[in-house]
Design a protein around this ligand. Structure first.
Ligand code: NCD
Ligand code: ZN
Length: 351
């Protein structure tokens, strides 16, 4: 009988999609990411959004001020794409040493997307410049169309007649990361294109379906966007994640909101997973009998896409129960409730 490993050591992973927030909220949570991950892609959906190199530099400085002076965490800053972004903006971003990508938010589709464009076609000059300089375009892949069912927005965006297929057909060298994929269509899109098209996978989307959000009462802490979909979608994400294909890599989309803002008549979208995300991923890789592929997904394929070396540090996971706390401090009188709060995960991070 083959003995299952009780520990696994990998190079320090990278979180290629997370929301650091700002101010006291950032100070409360940033170390959950920085104590696990070597670095990560910092989303720009602040209010106002991070649209210029100067704003990104200031945000990075505020972020680093929340971490210990000797931290090795690498914040990979991004800029927020709008219909007004010019090629000159993109060239300035490419010249900076700390901006790694532009992020497309479809207007009105998620937290902090009010300044986004309604379609990638409104951003063509900037997209052409991104292709020129090799700046990756990160997409929140949902179609903006009044009345389109929420379940169909991602399927349509990545579908045959969707906008991304047409954009890529006209920009064959463009580097694109399909962020927080939630559907068979997104997974197939990435698989069916070249090495310049990749996708990130959160810990919740290969784990839950819409039933975990709505069945037996609304579960606001399982609610994020794009919304969790059907069993076939969950399975496609699980299989892509554990397949060893280097086009798929880790991006938690950890998105903290205060309890009062989620448990509300109009609750915010976002699951908070930063502290235990790596344990959640390890649990799923073990379930797939693919623990040997965790390192690629978590620590290698992401930095490869962004042209960074793998971390020279390591992190060890142990097969030992971890109890997810009921809450963490976040804003005064308004803590954040993590995804899977109060539950037990069979993997922990070694002390
Ligand atoms: C994110 C947030 O709260 O900033 N929410 C979410 O549900 N994922 C925004 C985003 O990435 O869509
Ligand atoms: Zn996000």
């Amino acid at each position: 009988m083959v003995r299952k490993p009780k520990t696994i050591t990998i190079r320090r992973p990278w979180d290629m999609h997370f929301h650091a927030r700002d101010g006291e909220a950032m100070a409360a949570v940033i170390n959950h990411t920085a104590s696990v991950y070597a670095g990560g892609i910092v989303m720009p959906n602040l209010s106002p959004p991070v649209t210029t190199v100067v704003m990104a530099e200031s945000y990075m400085t505020r972020l680093m001020a929340c971490l210990p002076a000797d931290t090795k965490f690498i914040p990979m800053m991004t800029l927020y794409l709008t219909a007004k972004t010019t090629p000159e903006d993109v060239y300035a971003a490419a010249k900076s040493a700390f901006i790694y990508a532009y992020k497309y938010y479809p207007k009105g589709q998620t937290t902090g997307s009010g300044d986004g464009a309604s379609s990638l076609f409104q951003c063509l000059p900037a997209i052409a410049a991104m292709q020129d300089v090799g700046m990756p375009l990160l997409v929140h892949g949902e179609t903006v169309h009044p009345g389109m069912l929420i379940f169909n927005k991602e399927r349509h965006f990545y579908g045959m007649n969707g906008e991304l297929a047409r954009i890529i057909a006209a920009h064959l060298e463009l580097k694109v990361s399909c962020e927080h994929m939630t559907s068979v269509e997104a997974v197939d899109f990435v698989k069916n294109h070249g090495a310049n098209i990749v996708g990130t996978i959160t810990p919740q989307h290969p784990d839950i379906t819409i039933n975990d959000v709505l069945e037996g009462g609304i579960k606001p802490h399982n609610y994020c966007l794009p919304i969790a979909k059907e069993e076939a979608d969950r399975q496609a994400l699980f299989d892509a994640m554990t397949s060893g294909d280097s086009k798929f890599f880790l991006g938690t989309d950890s998105a903290p909101h205060g309890k009062l803002d989620k448990e509300s008549a109009c609750g915010c979208a976002g699951c908070y997973t930063a502290p235990h995300s790596l344990m959640l991923y390890a649990t799923m890789f073990e379930k797939a009998n693919a623990l040997d592929r965790l390192a690629g997904f978590a620590s290698e394929y992401g930095p490869k896409f962004y042209g960074l070396p793998v971390s020279d540090e390591t992190i060890t996971l142990v097969k030992k129960d971890y109890s997810v706390p009921d809450s963490y401090e976040f804003k005064p009188g308004n803590p954040v409730i993590p995804f899977r709060f109060g539950k037990t995960i069979p993997w922990s991070i070694a002390a």
